[in-house]
Write a protein that binds this ligand. Structure first.
Ligand code: SAM
Length: 255
């Protein structure tokens, strides 16, 4: 997959692409990336890339001409081109999975009040928001999108690591996890997790996922693909008084 990001501030993005898992995926040849400075496509001596908004109002807008030239130069018409904007569709795991199948993804980072609508009409396939809040610029949003997408490209990280994450599998939030030491201060790891009893561990984890999802994101349960065991556990949770708090108890200890 090739990732191309068009921005007025490539230096904000560079560290991400040159570090950690992304750098390894690039070294292995699984991913390729290109950071494009839109200002390189401005033609006047001040390399101007913004102007006032027609009709009035506060703030400036990114000029269509430099951005249009940059988009032509990177082959945006043949790629899947995404503009990150608070007025787009909300980013979620299913959409990230969909984008991870593309061979060339072009991302446009907005600044100021955003970009001229004619650029969106001409080049953009999807307008995507990373959440219901307004950032000062598109670079951080583009990095969020890139991070959600590239780790799903086959070969970047092990498939096993992806299987049991939040939003994967049945579509629930992830269960709580613990590592060594088994006793940290006065806090003990739930006994069931050190029992080696795989069926009990799986049941504890599923119940923990259900309680956490009920506490933080109950709307996910409406679309989750729940196994029969989960329906039984949901009834058990209800008889225990529901899940107002993050899940902390250790049902394994009672088994
Ligand atoms: N005038 C725009 C509006 O009200 O929708 C906000 C512009 S914002 C100050 C500047 C740029 O930051 C946007 O063009 C976009 O690229 C980026 N941005 C801000 N919030 C974002 C969000 N929630 N998701 C994706 N991009 C965002």
């Amino acid at each position: 997959m090739k990732l191309t990001v068009l921005t007025l501030f490539p230096e904000i993005l560079r560290g991400f692409f040159e570090s950690s898992i992304m750098a390894k995926a690039v070294a292995k040849g699984i991913l390729e990336y290109e950071l494009v400075d839109i200002r390189d496509y401005a033609t006047d001596k001040h390399r101007k890339c913004d102007d006032e908004v027609f009709g009035g109002g506060a703030g400036m807008l990114m000029l269509p001409a430099p951005l249009g030239r940059a988009l032509e130069a990177v082959g945006a018409r043949e790629a899947r081109t995404v503009f990150v904007t608070p007025s787009g569709r909300l980013l979620n795991q299913a959409y990230a999975k969909d984008l991870s199948k593309e061979t060339h993804l072009v991302l446009v980072c907005g600044r100021y009040e955003g970009v001229d609508q004619r650029i969106i009409d001409e080049y953009v396939d999807d307008e995507v928001s990373i959440g219901d809040y307004v950032l000062s610029s598109g670079e951080v949003a583009a990095l969020v999108l890139v991070d959600a997408v590239y780790r799903l490209v086959p070969g970047v990280i092990s498939g096993e690591s992806l299987e049991e994450e939040s939003f994967s599998g049945p579509g629930l939030l992830e269960y709580p996890q613990y590592t060594r030491p088994a006793i940290y201060g006065t806090m003990k790891v739930p006994e069931v997790l050190t029992s080696g009893h795989h069926a009990n561990i799986a049941r504890w984890r599923l119940k923990a996922q259900l309680k956490k999802t009920l506490a933080y994101r109950p709307e996910l349960l409406a679309t989750a693909e729940l196994p029969e065991e989960a329906r039984r556990l949901l009834k058990e949770i209800a008889t225990e008084g529901g899940s107002d708090e993050p899940y902390t108890e250790d049902p394994g200890a009672a088994d």
